[in-house]
Every structure is written in C-alpha cells, then in structure tokens.
Design a protein around this ligand. Structure first.
Ligand code: SF4
Length: 363
C-alpha cells in the first residue's frame, strides 16, 4: 500500500508554482493540521495498514520543523518493515536538528528542492533560499539526515544566461546525490508568472537541457528511469514508481488524490473545508467517482509509459490490449519505442522527447 500525505503550507509562494499550498499559517494551524491528518487516517481506515511507501509532499513539509515532523509521523500509520519513507524539504528549513528529526522519524529519503545553484535563477523563480543555503542543506542532510538524498532542479528558465543550467547540473552531479528530478519550467495558468506574461523558454531549449541532464547525471552514476527522474540504480523513488506502474495509492491532507481500485478521489483543497469535514467525522472528498474497468485499465497502462522501460499489454489480453500492442508496433516503426523483450518496451531517445504524444497514442 502506498500513502501520500499532502502538507499544504509554504512560507512564500514561488512565482511559477501551481501546487495546492497557502502561506501565512500559524504554528497552531500546523498543530491542528497534524491532528486532523491523524483523524483522517483513522476515518479512511488506514490506521492499521502498514504502507510500503509513504511520500510526504506539498507544499513544504519541512516547514513543520523538527517537532512537527515527529508529531506528523506519530499521526501516520506505522510503515511496513523495509518501507520507503520520503519527505520533501526546502533548503531554507534544513538544519542539523531537522535532518536528525527526519532520520529519527523513520524517513529513508529526503527530497531537496534545490532548483538551481544560481542566485540569479533562484531570485527569478521567487525561491526563498540562495545557492549557499542549498549547498548547506544538502551537506546537512547527508551528515545528519536519512540514508538517501534526492535533489530537484528546474531547467529551461526563460532568459537564463547561456550555461547557467549546465553549471547547476555539474554542481549537483559533483555532490553525488542518490536521485535527481529535473523539470523544464512550465508556465501554469493562474500563477504569478502567467499573470506577468512570462513565456516558457521553448521546446528546443527544454530538450537541450534535458539531454544535458541525462548526460551529466549519467557521468555521476544516475540513470534516467522516468521522463524527469534519474537515480543511482536501486535508489529510484519507490513511491513514484508504484504510482507510475499503476498501483493504488491513498492520499490524505488537503487536495490529496487517491486511486483505490476503480475509485478516483480528490480531497477538498481549501484547508478550512478539508478541516471542517474531518472535524465533523466525515471524509473530505471534493470528488469521489468510480471509473469503468476499461478506463481504469487505460489509465494504469498509459501512466506506465512515463517510465523509460515499461511492461507492455498482457499477452492474450482483450481487444484493448491488442489495440495497444498494435499502437506499440506502430510507434516502434516510427522509432519512438523499441521492444525490450520479455513483454517489456522502452522509449527511445526521440520517444522520450515526445512522450506526451506517445502516451496519447496508447490511450
Ligand atoms: S515551495 Fe514548492 S510548493 Fe511552495 S510555493 Fe514554492 S514551489 Fe510551490
């Protein structure tokens, strides 16, 4: 079982951010949130499950501080033996105490939102940390924190000086992270960037940046295993792998989504609406729909193609499996996927560049 926990607090809102999070919450609001997460876990009958993966994301989970992290994990179900437990951290919050609290709470990997090692880029993005804070946070997590450390970078910033992203990449590679995520900046509707009329850097720049990431991180031993993710073999994010392989997951906290059998659930995203439902002893679903078995199968199959190598449709499957197999053969003749044997398929380098089109073809 895979558990996602959404922490809806941020200290400031970054200019590009479309995630569900808010600012200006007090310490009391954070305590109330932790208590309510515990109540939601019980209401959803998740108290006695032993998750194989727990992913605490947001928002900014590290804003809870060392005591808040300990309290949050006390409110969550006890992970299974050998479980992966991830917590997203903002460099501005990381201290030796926070790193140690993560380790003590059973966290096995910290995911650090470095985004760039350029102060210019961090200022442009509206991040509250600078490059030296990112370096210090990485070092503290390595020394006092969980066994595995991942770092995020944002690529293809519009107007960035030539070479700025590659310098950040090289610096990250030099730190030898266990895992890295690299996302080209996209301009999402409703964000301050969109309102300011900032345009994305363009596909060519994004593709060049991603190619540089694949090359540079490979030199540091990190293999690309998903469109935007790279890991030292064996250090892939098991939670995200489970989601991409089509497994179920349950989400708690405001705006958290769940895929539970045929059910697709999404929690209320407004903190007070979520809190009122849980305080009233009810689940906080804004949406709770059942998809058809065909749509369920299609969704779980297509999400797999985010992985660089994925399982094809089952041999002897029904009409939809035959249709997908025919689509894979067609994509193979176009050089976008190739048969990896034993029923598995791989996206080619060109297929990775046009992954959205490949997914659409397989739907
Ligand atoms: S810290 Fe993360 S979640 Fe919070 S505003 Fe910035 S990008 Fe969004």
């Amino acid at each position: 079982m895979n558990l996602y926990v959404h922490v809806p607090f941020c200290a400031v809102k970054c200019g590009y951010c479309a995630f569900k999070s808010g600012t200006g919450f007090s310490t009391d609001a954070m305590r109330r949130y932790i208590d309510l997460v515990g109540r939601e876990v019980s209401l959803r009958a998740l108290r006695d499950v032993r998750p194989d993966t727990i992913y605490v994301g947001g928002g900014t989970p590290s804003l809870l501080g060392p005591a808040g992290i300990a309290a949050l994990f006390a409110a969550l179900p006890r992970p299974a033996d050998g479980a992966e437990v991830s917590v997203e951290c903002n460099p501005g919050d990381v201290s030796p105490e926070l790193a140690a609290a993560l380790r003590k709470a059973g966290c096995t990997r910290a995911s650090l939102g470095v985004q760039s090692f350029s102060d210019r880029a961090l200022k442009f993005l509206g991040r509250r940390h600078d490059a030296s804070a990112a370096r210090a946070a990485f070092a503290m997590l390595r020394r006092f924190g969980p066994p595995l450390v991942s770092a995020d970078l944002i690529a293809a910033l519009p107007g960035a000086p030539e070479g700025e992203f590659v310098e950040s990449l090289r610096e990250l590679a030099g730190l030898r992270p266990d895992h890295a995520s690299v996302y080209p900046l996209s301009i999402e509707p409703g964000t301050p960037f969109a309102r300011a009329g900032i345009a994305a850097a363009g596909e060519e720049i994004a593709l060049k940046a991603v190619a540089a990431a694949e090359r540079t991180l490979a030199e540091a031993g990190l293999v690309r295993y998903e469109i935007s993710n790279y890991a030292v073999p064996g250090c892939e994010c098991r939670h995200n792998l489970a989601v991409w392989r089509g497994e179920d997951y349950s989400g708690v906290g405001p705006a958290a989504c769940s895929r539970e059998g045929l059910a697709r659930r999404e929690n209320e995203s407004a903190f007070e609406r979520w809190a009122a439902a849980i305080e009233g002893g009810k689940t906080a679903f804004k949406e709770d729909i059942a998809v058809s078995p065909g749509d369920d199968e299609a969704e779980r199959f297509v999400v797999r193609t985010r992985l660089v190598e994925f399982d094809g449709p089952p041999p002897g499957g029904g009409a939809s499996a035959q249709r997908r197999l025919a689509a894979l053969r067609r994509l193979s003749s176009q050089g976008l996927v190739k048969n990896a044997g034993s029923g598995r398929w791989r996206l080619t380098a060109r297929g990775r560049e046009v992954a959205d089109a490949v997914m659409a073809e397989l739907l």
